[in-house]
Ligand binder design. Structure first.
Ligand SMILES: [Zn+2]
Length: 463
């Protein structure tokens, strides 16, 4: 109980700070990602993250926004509708957002987000609306057991009514039955079968009358809820949500491609690879996979608010006491302990000798190194290879450096392969390049990997 009240206190303080200094914090409004196919076709609006603790839904939507290409028709994706709740791992920090679509007082903290998503739903271009969820257990039309019964939501496609008369794609039940058949053909196990759930909302389901899909339906927009079971891991949930969406998309004539395999393994990889965050207008860029829990002396620009960007709509960097924390969906990844600098804008990159080959390397990039690297000196600029030992110099340019000369505990990744090379002009920070020894480590085989693991444990101990 004591712990809970401390937690509550901390939340109130954060809330208070949010209220007092709105301008100091970046806005966490939801984002709308629009894709237009070369050929005309229907426009689908797909919403994820209406509840912040349903990672299957918001991760599936993020994959749609970032890893799908549309050839015919248009794909509009809101992957992070309740972004503040996603970042707090809460179903809804201001209550259940999916019950705010009927009437809502202007005093509600989410009033403006609701008004904005309503406006997007009502855009004349939008033909179909999908709301992605993770639901408890397994919906079944009959009572089977505690987990499988009519009151559960998982593994179902939800419609508010069978049809929307005189509306294009208004055959809600027909489209959904075909979708369910296709999903079940590709189910990973017979236990995972999807079912149709018709909530017959207009007939008196007061709860559902306040939902997003019913808002769409009562405005003559075909709308569907898709629920994957919370009994599964996030990649398996996303697998079912995307399988169902693809079945709907194929039926209404939206043509698309994606750059990953639609399997739990393919999705797991797609969710973890190549997710990046950058700072200082791209002068620093980190890949989030395998990042250490804390990065010390991180050169951030002197500014009122932290300025970051990411190629993934579920990434945010939030202040946390005297540090910043990188969030990715429901995951809290790493702390950045900042060291503040004025930024030098006079350079966009450096000249390096990588394994004996001259290269121009832009700030914010990661360069693979097999054996050694050297940063070409430039008058007026100072190079700092973080963790480089015993140089006895202030400027580490024009030195050939191999991996054993850098202390493993200074890597930015847990595996000890990625190191920071920072460039300064007097007291100003010019930019960062990452040198990447992952390829070298992979080639050296299991013996070295074992030694690395030992080194890694020692490094962690120091932290
Ligand atoms: Zn939900």
């Amino acid at each position: 109980m004591h712990e809970a009240s401390i937690l509550f206190c901390r939340r109130s303080i954060i809330l208070l700070i949010l209220l007092l200094f709105p301008a100091r914090l970046p806005a966490f409004d939801f984002t709308l990602h629009k894709q237009q196919g070369a050929q005309p076709g229907p426009t689908l609006l797909i919403v994820g993250g209406i509840q912040g603790d349903e990672p299957g839904g918001f991760n599936a939507a993020a994959l749609l926004a970032t890893r799908y290409r549309v050839q015919r028709g248009n794909l509009w994706v809101v992957p992070n509708l309740n972004f503040p709740s996603i970042l707090q791992r809460s179903r809804g920090i201001y209550g259940d957002m999916n019950r705010k679509f009927d009437t809502l007082p202007e005093s509600d903290p989410e009033y403006h987000q609701i008004a904005r998503i309503k406006q997007i739903i009502m855009d004349p271009q939008v033909d179909l609306v999908f709301n992605l969820h993770d639901g408890s257990g397994f919906y079944h039309p009959e009572q089977i057991n505690r987990l499988r019964n009519p009151n559960r939501w998982g593994q179902s496609c939800i419609i508010d009514q069978s049809r929307l008369p005189d509306t294009r794609f208004g055959n809600l039940e027909e489209l959904t039955r075909e979708t369910i058949q296709r999903v079940n053909t590709a189910a990973l196990s017979p236990e995972h079968q999807f079912h149709l759930k018709n909530t017959r909302t207009a007939a008196g389901d007061i709860e559902m009358q306040r939902s997003l899909t019913y808002y769409a339906v009562r405005n003559n927009k075909p709308a569907f809820g898709i629920e994957a079971s919370k009994s599964f891991s996030t990649p398996v949930r996303a697998y079912y949500l995307l399988s169902a969406l693809e079945a709907y998309m194929e039926q209404v004539g939206l043509r698309f491609s994606r750059d990953f395999a639609l399997t739990p393994q393919g999705i797991k990889q797609a969710l973890s690879e190549n997710v990046r965050v950058s700072f200082g207008g791209g002068r620093i860029q980190l890949e989030l996979k395998d990042l250490r829990p804390t990065l010390n002396y991180f050169p951030l620009p002197k500014a009122a608010a932290i300025d970051f960007s990411s190629n993934n709509p579920l990434v945010a960097v939030l202040p946390y006491r005297d540090r910043f924390r990188i969030h990715y969906g429901n995951h809290r990844l790493s702390f950045l302990k900042p060291q503040y600098f004025a930024y030098d804008q006079s350079l966009t990159g450096i000249k390096m000798l990588i394994d004996g080959v001259d290269r121009d390397v832009k700030f914010g990039t990661t360069v693979p190194v097999d054996n050694n690297f050297l940063v070409r000196g430039k008058k007026g600029y100072r190079v700092n290879v973080i963790g480089f030992q015993k140089s006895g110099r202030r400027n580490e340019s024009d030195l050939q450096i191999a991996k054993p000369q850098i202390a493993g505990s200074f890597s930015i990744d847990k595996s000890g392969n990625l190191f920071r090379v920072e460039v300064y002009r007097q007291n100003r920070f010019s930019g960062m390049v990452l040198v990447d020894f992952r390829r070298q480590t992979a080639r050296k085989g299991p013996l070295v990997a074992q030694a690395m693991a030992g080194e890694q444990r020692a490094a962690e101990h120091e932290n």
